[in-house]
Design a protein. Structure first.
Ligand code: TMP
Length: 253
């Protein structure tokens, strides 16, 4: 499919104009960043894996009645999505303490939380996506109370779905980040799940060994990131082999 004009380039993805009004093409890059892009690398095959994995999760969520931006996968690195106005919040759901929460509260990583905890960061790279209380969100008009109620309800359903799917393949869902967008249907406005769901935006630990199968492998230099994501994809039956190790095409005479 012919790609339209580039609309936006983020750290891990590029958005292009889609073939029809109200659609975009989301392209998954191989770039990995951490600590607000202080650490950067190009990781062969990451974009291909995240494209597939995000398709898998978004399709499953659609099937249980959660509206998402995903329309269809176009090829190895691109998917067609609904254009949405992104709510400027990173919605983080935590089941076990890890990362910034463990650090902030001096908790041991992996400690089970009394219940899933949701937190919000204001999406602004220049500020380092600061954690914000609900009161800021409402007062500054980033989302209404009704929006927040919908977001919390959907985030908890996403958590139950992802936790169950992961548990089924021997992986513990420690935490994850999701984003929401607004779409307009006539006078009616609603929120849909947007962005991506992939090991870039989740913490995934092997239930038996505690091995990390997510972007912490890159953040903390724990090994090969593509191998970790390939393991997740293989267990979920999404992709059989490591795309960075696939033979390159050869010319046939
Ligand atoms: P944190 O513990 O560093 O706050 O991260 C919580 C979750 O959010 C974790 O699953 C990683 C994910 N995350 C992102 O997707 N993007 C980000 O920019 C950050 C900081 C975290």
């Amino acid at each position: 499919m012919a790609r339209g004009k580039k609309i936006y380039e983020g750290k891990a993805k590029v958005l292009y104009e889609g073939p029809e009004q109200g659609t975009l093409v989301q392209y998954f890059k191989d770039d990995a960043t951490a600590f607000n892009a202080e650490k950067k690398a190009v990781i062969d095959g990451k974009g291909v894996l995240n494209n597939r994995l995000s398709e898998f999760f978004m399709t499953g969520l659609h099937n249980i009645g959660i509206p998402t931006h995903f329309l269809k996968r176009l090829n190895m690195r691109e998917q067609l999505i609904r254009a949405a106005e992104i709510v400027p919040l990173e919605v983080i759901v935590r089941n076990y303490a890890a990362g910034s929460m463990a650090k902030r509260l001096g908790m041991e990583e992996g400690t089970q939380l009394p219940r899933p905890i949701i937190e919000f960061s204001y999406k602004d790279d220049s500020l380092g996506d600061p954690l914000v209380p609900e009161e800021y969100i409402i007062a500054f008009g980033w989302a209404s109370q009704q929006d927040l109620d919908d977001i919390v309800a959907m985030a908890l359903r996403v958590n139950d779905f992802l936790s169950g799917v992961m548990f089924g393949v021997g992986i513990k869902l420690i935490d994850f980040k999701i984003e929401f967008g607004r779409v307009y249907e006539g006078d009616f406005q609603r929120l849909i799940l947007a962005d991506e769901i992939s090991p870039d935006s989740c913490r995934l630990w092997d239930i038996e060994t505690g091995e990390k199968l997510d972007k912490d492998v890159f953040r903390r230099d724990l090994g090969n990131l593509t191998d970790a994501y390939t393991e997740v994809a293989k267990r979920l039956g999404v992709m059989p082999s490591n795309p960075s190790q696939m033979p390159k095409p050869t010319l046939i005479n």
